[in-house]
Design a protein. Structure first.
Length: 230
């Protein structure tokens, strides 16, 4: 998992201008992003519609930077392996949509990607601890999936704390990622809870200097991240 070496800030393409997506991906690279996050939505699992596999394939043709694909889609058992085959570094599916999440993790890995499992704010973490033994990444949603710019839900940090404890004791071997409402204030809370990777959209794209915003977020997270593991 070296491509996502924590603490890692993953700029989210969902907050980009899709009419200038190529330029904005280039801007991420110029901003010093080590990896970035792509949200795929199908207007079924979530009410919003974004981009799909053809656009992800086009992005992958233009850059070697690792892509973290978050699939907010129905029937990921059928569609998710295609993103792994296209070259995504990490492909995350929602446990609420997967029919057989354990076999799906195996399929994603066989196709060449890391396997990530996302859980919505209302989903019980404890129900999926055994399933998570088959995954490389846990994505804790700190907003309801579907739209950017939502308010951070601090109550989900209990899930991150439980996951961090299980990782630290060797029961799980994965990175803990969080997505939703991450900014200069909330990233410190998430790092203290044991999160490794932080998806940031508006906090990066609405900044005058995206490069400075990424570095500032990483600098804010690092002391709390280090203290949480001391």
């Amino acid at each position: 998992m070296s491509a996502f070496a924590p603490p890692q800030v993953l700029p989210s393409v969902m907050s980009a201008d899709f009419l200038r997506l190529g330029e904005q991906v280039d801007a991420l690279l110029a901003a010093g992003a080590r990896a970035f996050h792509v949200d795929v939505m199908d207007a079924h699992f979530v009410p919003n519609l974004t981009l799909g596999l053809p656009v992800v394939e086009s992005i992958l043709k233009t850059t070697d930077i690792p892509i973290d694909c978050h699939l907010m889609i129905d029937d990921p058992d059928r569609w998710a392996p295609g993103y792994a085959e296209a070259g995504a570094y990490n492909v995350t599916v929602h446990v609420e949509a997967a029919h057989d999440p354990i076999n799906l993790a195996k399929d994603l890995r066989a196709a060449g990607a890391k396997a990530g499992l996302a859980i919505k704010p209302g989903t019980n973490f404890d129900d999926y601890v055994e399933v998570l033994k088959h995954y490389d990444t846990l994505l804790v949603m700190s907003v309801e999936p579907g739209f950017g710019g939502q308010k951070f839900m601090a109550e989900v940090l209990d899930k991150a704390r439980k996951a961090r404890e299980l990782v630290d004791t060797g029961h799980l071997k994965l990175l803990v990622e969080i997505d939703g409402g991450i900014n200069a204030e909330t990233i410190e809370q998430a790092a203290e809870a044991g999160v490794d990777c932080f998806v940031a959209g508006s906090a990066v794209y609405n900044a005058e200097d995206p490069a400075q915003a990424i570095e500032a977020l990483r600098a804010t997270a690092t002391p709390a991240f280090t203290h949480a593991r001391a």
